[in-house]
Design a protein around this ligand. Structure first.
Ligand code: TTP
Ligand code: MG
Length: 371
């Protein structure tokens, strides 16, 4: 068996009761109290999050505020203040980037880090996680929970294991028995509906899930069945992907009529390239790789790309590079239905701009509050 999937150091960090903790930090009189952050009862708002003191009342994110206050009459309602949360978020994202370049933000208060190689040159991944927690506290006076393991799935489960202010390490040796005892609903990636379906199949913990064949799992859950079969064995080879690996900047267009006219293809590519270039400029980015995509009239789709040692500076450069790639296709001989340009190998933005472009960072933040 190939054990190379056991060699990575993956950390998942998730801030504790994030919005509520920021409020408790800034209003000391709220510390130790059940705090409900969200929209007001008058505006029929819901709970964004609540402090751990409020969770014992059964309150959770998404619950109508009116209901939450009925469940917990001593709860203190605080209206959301996104500016403060995004400021704290920027700080933690910067800290992650001070540790490793491989950071995958998952939401405003959460990220995966691949620390196999890290800027601390620290081979003890638990020590790296401790250092991150300390830096977060020093910088923001907030606590985070960390999960440390050799893949994303286990790191994510681990970070939620001892919240708040937790640090949980799952080593390759521990993973098997940990997973066997893990309740199905705690498997990250197994949603509520699937968990209920598995319960009906008498699957309660990892050990029950492990007994099911990949064929049976596929029959019931399609492609996800294969994933379940793997994760219950501690196998998850998904890489930690930076924002740019996940986000593609591109433009494409479908012609009203399929075309074999090379001049028209070139002009179209140049226009698309200018659009992409403007998009990059707007985000203060540059790229080193350009890719073109062609769909022929029979729907066969091909891509061709080229990378350059220096960033492509202007829309014209990008257009020229794209047009040059046309020679590597059958444009001119075959009719083309769709053409597109995209760029990758992006650089230049700071982490916050990257996250903003990804739109992920501000999942919960209305437009008017951003920046
Ligand atoms: P979470 O990390 O899911 O929750 P949390 O940080 O408040 O608590 P935990 O200790 O369990 O991690 O979400 C981060 C923030 O995102 C949260 O503080 C508020 C916001 N949020 C919403 O606004 N609505 C939602 O439905 C959820 C889940 C989160
Ligand atoms: Mg959190």
């Amino acid at each position: 068996m190939n054990h190379s999937h056991l060699n990575r150091g993956i950390i998942h960090i998730d801030m504790d009761a994030f919005f509520a903790s920021v409020e408790q930090r800034d209003h000391p009189e709220l510390r130790g109290k059940p705090v409900l952050v969200g929209g007001s009862v008058a505006s029929r708002g819901v709970v964004s999050t609540c402090s751990y003191e409020a969770r014992v009342f059964g309150i959770h994110s998404g619950m109508p505020m009116a209901r939450a206050l009925r469940l917990c009459p001593s709860g203190v309602f605080v209206e959301v203040n996104f500016r403060k949360y995004s400021e704290a978020s920027r700080k933690i994202m910067k800290i992650f980037h001070s540790i490793t370049d491989l950071v995958e933000p998952m939401s405003i208060d959460e990220a995966f880090l691949d620390v196999t190689e890290n800027h601390l040159a620290q081979p003890d991944y638990a020590a790296v996680a401790r250092e991150i927690k300390e830096r977060i506290y020093a910088e923001t006076e907030l606590t985070a929970s960390a999960g440390v393991s050799y893949n994303k799935f286990l790191a994510k489960v681990a970070s939620g294991w001892q919240k708040p202010n937790g640090l949980t390490v799952i080593t390759p040796e521990e993973a098997e028995s940990f997973l066997e005892r893990l309740p199905i609903e705690k498997f990250f990636g197994i949603g509520k509906v699937t968990a209920e379906k598995l319960h009906r199949m008498n699957v309660r913990t990892g050990i029950d899930l492990k007994a099911l064949s990949p064929e049976l799992l596929t029959a019931h859950f399609g492609k996800s069945g294969v994933f379940y079969h793997q994760i219950v064995r501690g196998i998850d080879t998904r890489p930690v992907e930076t924002v740019w690996e996940r986000r593609s900047y591109g433009r494409e267009t479908t012609f009203p009529r399929d075309t074999g006219d090379l001049r028209k293809l070139r002009v179209t590519l140049r226009i698309l390239a200018c659009n992409v270039s403007r998009q990059l400029e707007h985000s203060k980015l540059n790229c080193r790789t350009v890719t073109i995509k062609l769909r022929y009239d029979d729907f066969q789709t091909v891509t061709r790309s080229a990378s350059f040692p220096k960033p492509l500076a202007t829309g014209a450069d990008l257009g020229a590079a794209a047009v040059a790639l046309l020679r590597k296709t059958e444009a001119g001989q075959r009719k083309v239905r769709l053409i597109g340009v995209s760029v990758s190998n992006l650089a230049g933005a700071d982490v916050v701009e990257q996250c903003e472009a990804q739109q992920l960072y501000f999942d919960f933040i209305p437009e008017k509050f951003r920046k």
